[in-house]
Design a protein. Structure first.
Length: 66
């Protein structure tokens, strides 16, 4: 499975909770925040000053290695 930066954080976590360390490693400490559940990776990355393409690539690398 490959995800895009348009996926909501809440939907991503429903797919695989194992992505939490990937999100945290990239500075996205908001994974438990209720508002983050309704934000896309791109929106949340923007708020945290993170490159959404790099984050999405890291998540897809994690998913591919499973």
């Amino acid at each position: 499975m490959e995800i895009s930066k348009d996926i909501l954080i809440g939907d991503l976590l429903q797919i695989d909770m194992g992505v939490i360390p990937v999100l945290l490693e990239h500075g996205m400490g908001c994974v438990g925040c209720p508002s983050a559940q309704a934000e896309s990776i791109e929106e949340a990355a923007f708020v945290h000053g993170i490159d959404p393409d790099e984050l999405t690539a890291a998540i897809n690398e994690y998913l591919a290695d499973k």
